[in-house]
Write a protein that binds this ligand. Structure first.
Ligand code: UDP
Ligand code: MG
Length: 325
């Protein structure tokens, strides 16, 4: 009997979770009608929410969700979506694992379709891609597009524009993802890096059902820079490349100056251009040093080997009757 796990990271999703369960229940019921031997479990990860998310999770886990077992883990603080996803994947026991947001931007109604594709085709996971970015600020969309163009040029991992973290994967792919023990986790890159056969399912962007997005513009910018550092070493060659170019330029300059001095003598001029050149080269050096700093910081975090998250409580504690101490 195949088991399907739904992994849902939640950060302050008190308002969206009831709606999510409504939809998930419906999707699971329709799948059970079509494939009667399917079983389900829902793995909820509370990423250190400050609202009543954990309470909602507890209530749902105690009740009955279309016969699915509901388990949850709750972090000691907010560790970010990547950590929550990882915790969910580690907890999931299913032969198939779906990762999805709690805000219904990843419609559970697509699950039957995704499972059908996995059954009929020869692929290891069905991934979703939104075909538009309706409801998103224009500047953010433009920046996102630029980011995907750039990272695909400088990274060997195939990172698809508009791809969501909403996927249904076979166990072998999940194990592949879990085998990557890095601290700086950039899911979109990790999915691309592990490979496996992917079927892309396009769908139209949906706005979140309740609550607010956790991403600010600067948060997204920082996230994308981390993604570049995690999946490409191309920026490191900026230093050597610009060094070579500047050497060539200075050679040409030297030649020009020698020839000019021989032909016209040596009037003292050109200190403004000299100042510009000094400033330019100094700036370039700091820029390159900054890039190296980024990689050094990433290496530093990896070297410390800190856990990506700490669990404060989990549903198994409830079942055992202790308080997770
Ligand atoms: N999320 C999380 N930890 C965080 C931020 C977000 O677990 O620190 C979860 C959030 O609860 C939601 C999903 O990640 O289920 C996507 O978040 P959001 O909707 O804010 O992102 P967006 O859809 O705007 O990209
Ligand atoms: Mg969302």
């Amino acid at each position: 009997m195949p088991l399907i796990s739904l992994v849902v990271p939640c950060y302050n999703e008190e308002e969206s979770l009831p709606a999510f369960f409504e939809e998930a229940r419906r999707a699971m019921a329709s799948m059970e009608a079509e494939w009667p031997d399917l079983r389900f479990e829902v793995v909820l990860v509370d990423d250190g929410s400050s609202d009543g998310t954990l309470g909602v999770m507890r209530a749902v886990a105690a009740g009955d969700v279309a016969g699915a077992e509901v388990r949850w883990v709750s972090f000691s603080r907010n560790f970010g979506k990547e950590a929550a996803l990882l915790a969910g994947l580690r907890e999931a026991r299913g032969d198939y694992v779906a990762t999805m947001d709690a805000d219904l931007q990843d419609p559970p109604a697509l699950l039957p379709e995704m499972y059908r594709i996995l059954q009929e085709g020869d692929c290891d996971n069905v991934a979703t891609r939104r075909v538009d970015r309706v409801g998103e600020p224009v500047v953010r969309s433009a920046c996102a597009r630029m980011f995907y163009k750039l990272i695909n040029r400088i990274s060997s991992a195939d990172i698809v524009d508009g791809a969501r973290d909403y996927r249904l994967m076979r166990r072998r792919m999940v194990d592949g993802i879990l085998s990557l023990g890095e601290y700086n986790r950039f899911s979109k890159g990790i999915y691309g890096w592990v490979g496996f056969k992917t079927h892309w399912l396009p769908f139209e962007n949906v706005e979140r059902v309740a609550g607010e997005t956790k991403w600010s513009f600067w948060g997204l910018l920082r996230y994308s820079l981390e993604g570049i550092v995690a999946f490409s070493t191309a920026p490191l060659s900026v230093a050597s490349l610009s060094g070579i170019v500047l050497c060539l330029v200075s050679l040409v300059f030297a030649l020009v100056i020698v020839v000019r001095t021989l032909l016209f003598g040596d009037p003292v001029a050109g200190w403004p251009s000299l100042a510009c050149i000094v400033l330019f080269v100094g700036g370039l050096q700091l820029f390159c040093l900054g890039i190296m700093g980024q990689y050094l910081a990433a290496t530093y975090l990896e070297a410390k080997g800190r856990p990506l998250y700490l669990v404060r409580e989990r549903s198994d504690d409830d079942a055992r009757g202790d308080d997770g101490v």
